[in-house]
Design a protein around this ligand. Structure first.
Ligand SMILES: [Zn+2]
Length: 209
């Protein structure tokens, strides 16, 4: 049986993996960059077992990568948000995703592409904009649907919200499905406040499958 920690390893990579090396953890962080903030939305999008997700979120809060605060609109529903320490993982996360695109590609291409908000240039694996050559931080990145995004997969409210281009780190607008086709669900039950259109910068990838 594998040991549960890297106690014998005096290496920064091993210490980083103690925090983010568990299964699901990097995907939780990815979703946090996508603007997912509520437990139920993480669970809907990831499909991770509830106990596992709860443990991963707890670890990330404990290590200061996420904060956990009551939602001002729904105090019983905590909001998880990236801290500066969590946001600092963006280059590593993006580089790992780029590696996956190159060495473990999905059929049909990437599900999502990441572009510089001010010029629309696509980022390379080191988060440098292919158009203006600036190093781009997550707050300047628009995540947009890529050619591999299959609209037939993941038709839940979170996946649907993620088919719209939006800025990383901004709360994702998740509109709950109407309980009845002629009776829309009350807006008070919406999970996340809408992001005003003006908050989304210019971009060239506007195709929404
Ligand atoms: Zn650029």
């Amino acid at each position: 049986m594998l040991p549960k920690s890297y106690d014998g390893q005096d290496c920064s990579l091993a210490r980083a993996l103690e925090v983010v090396g568990e299964r699901w953890t990097l995907l939780v962080l990815r979703d946090a960059f996508y603007g997912i903030r509520h437990f139920s939305d993480f669970q809907t999008h990831l499909g991770a077992p509830r106990a596992v997700l709860s443990e991963r979120l707890r670890t990330l809060v404990e290590h200061g990568l996420l904060t956990r605060r009551p939602d001002p609109g729904q105090p019983s529903r905590p909001v998880y948000a990236l801290t500066d320490k969590g946001r600092a993982l963006w280059p590593a996360l993006h580089a790992l995703r780029s590696w996956g695109e190159q060495h473990a590609p999905a059929p049909g291409g990437p599900r999502r592409v990441f572009v510089h908000d001010s010029c629309g240039g696509e980022l390379d694996a080191t988060s440098v904009c292919g158009t203006c050559r600036q190093q781009v931080g997550p707050e300047q990145v628009l995540a947009s649907p890529g050619p591999g995004l299959n609209p037939g997969l993941g038709q839940d409210a979170v996946s649907t919200a993620l088919t719209r281009p939006h800025r990383l780190g901004q709360p994702l607008t998740v509109l709950a499905a109407a309980p009845h086709p002629t009776r829309p669900r009350p807006t008070t039950q919406a999970d996340v406040r809408p992001t005003p259109p003006e908050a989304i910068g210019p971009h060239r990838l506007t195709r929404v499958p």
